[in-house]
Every structure is written in C-alpha cells, then in structure tokens.
Ligand binder design. Structure first.
Ligand code: BJW
Ligand code: ZN
Length: 257
C-alpha cells in the first residue's frame, strides 16, 4: 500500500524508510512533467482551471492533422508558448534536481516537458521524451531548422518559415498526439526504468502514454517509486506519495539527504 504524506503545509518530520530509500539509491530515474515548471509560470495541460487544455482544444493544436489544416494557427500557438518559456526562469524544483544530479552522478532526468528549464538550472543530458519548443524542423523533409526571432508580444498570428532545402513549412519540434516519440530518447528512458532502484515522478498526471508506463516498469523490477504532486493520484501504485509543490518539496528533501 502506498503511503501518502500531506506536505502542503511544509515537510515536517519524514519517515526514516523514505529517507533511507532516497539515500541508498544508486541509480535514480527522475521523470518530470508540466508540474515541475508550473512554479516558473508555465501552464500545465490538464488542471481544471489553469491547464492549457482547459482553454485550448488539443485536437486543433497538438496533432499533425491540425498543422496540415491550419499551419499558421498551430505555429503561432507554439511561438506564443516558446516566448513564454524563454521569459520564464528555472524554479527551486529545477534547481534542486540539478544540485542532486551534481551530488549523485547516476541521477538521470527524463522529462515530458518541451521547455529548457532543467538545462538552464544546470542539469545535463536531459532526456526529452516529447521534444522541444526550441528545435523546429521541416514538416516535409524533417531537416532541423533554426528558430526564428521570437515574435513581438502583439503578433498573434505568425507564418511558419520555409525550409531552405525543400521549401516545406517549419513545424515545432514537439511530439504531437499520434506521433512516435524520439526513438533514442524512449529507448534510453525505458532502459533506465528497467534498471533504476529509485524512480521519482514529479508533476505529471501520468495520463499520456508511453511516458506514463515508465514508473510501472520501474516498480515492476523492484525500484522504489516516489511521486511528488499536489494532487493525489487515486491509482498510484508505488511506495510514497508526497503531496505538495515540487518547488517546496524537492529542495527540502535534498536538504535532508
Ligand atoms: C504540480 C505542481 C507543482 C501542478 N509541483 N506538481 C495507450 C493507451 C491510450 C492512449 C495511447 C496509448 N498509446 C498512445 C496513446 C495515445 C496518446 C495518449 O497517451 N493519449 C492519452 C491522453 C489517452 N499518446 C500518443 O499519441 C503518443 N504517441 C505514441 O504513443 O506514439 C505511438 C503511436 C503512434 C500512432 C498510433 C498509436 C500509437 C504521443 C504523446 C505526445 C504528447 N504530447 C503532448 C504535447 C506536446 C507538445 C506540447 O507541449 O504542446 O505532451 S500532450 C501533453 O501531455 C504534453 C505533456 O508532455 C503530456 C503530459 O502532460 P503532464 O506533464 O503530465 O501534464 P498534466 O497537465 O497532465 O499534469 C500536470 C501535473 O502537475 C498535475 O498532476 C498537477 O497536479 C501537477 N502540478 N502544479 C508539482 N507546483
Ligand atoms: Zn525541408
């Protein structure tokens, strides 16, 4: 049975069992989602009032069909999000994970996020399962393309640039619904799940496959599974669930290790 700890009013005394598992861990897989960037002011996807999918229809923005139907609409939406990501700063959760990575060489960061806040906090070799806002490519020939200058705040609609090689339209370098994840990133993440002894899941609803299966793979082969999120997950099948903001819990946890 998982143990849930309500850390919303602070961390307080933590169970020795949890601290021991964290201290003893030799190979750590950290899987992050939108919640880790929430305290940097970047909206999550599925939160009822503030999530992007509460205001925008994913079928009209986050699929290849949507891009084919209206490339300007889709490109503009991602350029708006890229501008937000560039203006955001890493928060204490990103910084705590970077600091932990410096202390523990075998800590591997796998993110579903398309921002670069983990890198800007100092984490290296971050595995991006869902691509990046900062790596557009040609929709036709897949050549990597340079990001154009960030549009001015008032520019609501911007046309995607064209590929110099084939004339195709630039598309955001993210993974849309129905698309395969980058092969190498997924294979590395899967291999980590199969061999880690601690899997820490931070700020994700765990609804999007195949990323959502990684914690179960880790748990199945015997890893300790710890989740950090303000919202309890009813179907959490792990060891510890720490309820609260990642930017509060992660730095406090690190201090106690
Ligand atoms: C805090 C906090 C704080 C707040 N501190 N926490 C098997 C079964 C069913 C469906 C499928 C399946 N296999 C594939 C599918 C289809 C689909 C899928 O999973 N759909 C489900 C939604 C049902 N998957 C795919 O299509 C994937 N491709 C694929 O599988 O290819 C193979 C294939 C191909 C063809 C046919 C069939 C198979 C691709 C998925 C790509 C996802 N893309 C997006 C958009 C990326 C670009 C963009 O940014 O626009 O990625 S969707 C969106 O969700 C984004 C995220 O990375 C992803 C995950 O969201 P995340 O991070 O969990 O965010 P939230 O908002 O859901 O949760 C935030 C959490 O943070 C909450 O819990 C909060 O409480 C918490 N929080 N504040 C800590 N301060
Ligand atoms: Zn091209």
């Amino acid at each position: 049975m998982p143990i849930s700890l309500d850390c919303r009013a602070g961390l307080g005394e933590l169970p020795q069992g949890l601290l021991e598992s964290l201290r003893r861990a030799d190979e750590i897989l950290v899987l992050t989602g939108a919640g880790v960037s929430a305290e940097s002011g970047i909206a999550t996807f599925r939160e009822a009032l503030t999530g992007l999918w509460a205001r925008f229809d994913p079928a009209r923005l986050a699929t290849a069909d949507a891009f084919i139907e209206d490339p300007v609409r889709v490109w503009s939406w991602y350029e708006w999000r890229r501008a937000q990501a560039l203006a955001a700063e890493p928060n204490p959760a990103h910084r705590a994970l970077a600091a932990w990575g410096r202390r523990q060489q075998r800590l591997h960061l796998v993110t579903q996020n398309v921002d670069d806040l983990h890198e800007r906090a100092g984490s290296h070799a971050v595995i991006h399962l869902h691509g990046s806002l900062h790596a557009p490519r040609c929709f036709e020939c897949a050549r990597p393309l340079a990001s154009p200058p960030v549009p001015a705040a008032g520019d609501r609609l911007v046309a995607p640039p064209r590929c110099p090689a084939c004339g195709g339209l630039a598309r955001p370098g993210v993974v849309w619904f129905g698309e395969s994840l980058p092969e190498e990133a997924l294979a590395s993440a899967w291999a980590l799940a199969e061999r880690c002894d601690l899997c820490l899941v931070v700020g994700t609803s765990g609804l999007v496959q195949p990323a959502a299966s990684l914690p179960a793979v880790a748990r199945q082969q015997g890893a300790t599974l710890v989740r950090i999120d303000p919202q309890p997950a009813a179907d959490f099948n792990g060891d510890w669930q720490l309820l609260g903001a990642a930017g509060v819990i992660l730095p406090a946890l690190l201090e106690r290790l």
